[in-house]
Write a protein that binds this ligand. Structure first.
Ligand SMILES: [Zn+2]
Length: 264
């Protein structure tokens, strides 16, 4: 059976889906590709011209690096692959400028980008507060990178999965309800004089139900289905993150095939 994806819940910054008929290796590769291989933009270099705020230059630079940037993957080259030779050019980097004076709270939306489409993904993130007469003037340069290089380039803030088990309650069940008591996740419920599985998705496979069942009526088995929970930073649409991650995995697999063929 081919692996498939079934989307259960989808919001702007959150997606929940089932990866079916996949090996644990595929599930984990998919997770890792989304986290550390799909590129996103982040501030990587800051020129500070004037800073009379209470914050050190490096603290401000660090905060700027953490702000997610709306990323257009087809518009920018990875800097090390760019025709400029890594020098930095409009095809591989973008500048955000700021020139403000207190009293003022500086928000992510206050920065002026070279390209009106490429902006900080969320515009009301407070960066710092300037008090009366304090000034801040800087240019922040962002580029594409991957989570492998630095976590600031990750397009997802949460990317986790768990196995969706198969729970079988067989005919030995006498309906004592010990498993309902023992289960920390409320997986079981009473069904007449038997017990049935109410919420298989909640199961964490702790095995408490199997341990307490005196009739040996319950078995919890691993399957090839995985429940994924992914939260984005706003840099990319989550479907794009998934699509790009799968593309990366496919390219890696093709490369592997090619190498194997060469060896033979
Ligand atoms: Zn370039």
């Amino acid at each position: 059976m081919m692996p498939e994806i079934e989307i259960l819940e989808e919001k702007d910054l959150k997606i929940k889906f089932i990866l079916k008929n996949a090996s644990p290796a595929l599930a984990n590769s998919f997770r890792r590709a989304m986290k550390s291989e799909v590129p996103a933009m982040a501030v990587d270099y800051v020129d500070i011209y004037l800073n009379s705020s209470y914050f050190y230059d490096e603290v401000i630079a660090h905060r700027l690096a953490m702000l997610p940037i709306k990323t257009y993957l087809d518009r920018f080259n990875m800097q090390h692959e760019c025709s400029c030779g890594g020098e930095g050019c409009p095809n591989c980097q973008i500048s955000f400028r700021l020139n403000v004076e207190g009293p003022k709270v500086v928000y992510s939306g206050d920065f002026i980008s070279d390209d009106p489409d490429v902006v900080f993904a969320i515009d009301n993130i407070p960066v710092l507060e300037l008090f009366d007469g304090q000034q801040l003037m800087l240019e922040a340069v962002a580029r594409l990178g991957t989570g492998k290089e630095h976590a600031k380039f990750q397009p997802v803030s949460v990317c986790v999965y768990k196995i969706i088990p198969e729970i079988v309650v067989n005919e030995n069940c006498n309906g004592c309800g010990d498993c309902i008591e023992a289960c920390p996740r409320n997986v079981f419920e009473k069904d007449g004089d038997k017990i049935r599985v109410k919420d298989v998705m909640a199961c964490s496979m702790c095995g408490e139900c199997v341990k307490v069942c005196e009739m040996n009526a319950i078995s919890v088995n691993e399957t090839n289905n995985f429940l994924f929970n992914v939260e984005g930073t706003g840099a990319l649409q989550l479907r794009e993150v998934m699509r790009k991650a799968l593309e990366i995995l496919r390219d890696k697999a093709e490369e592997m095939n090619r190498i194997i063929e060469e060896i033979q």
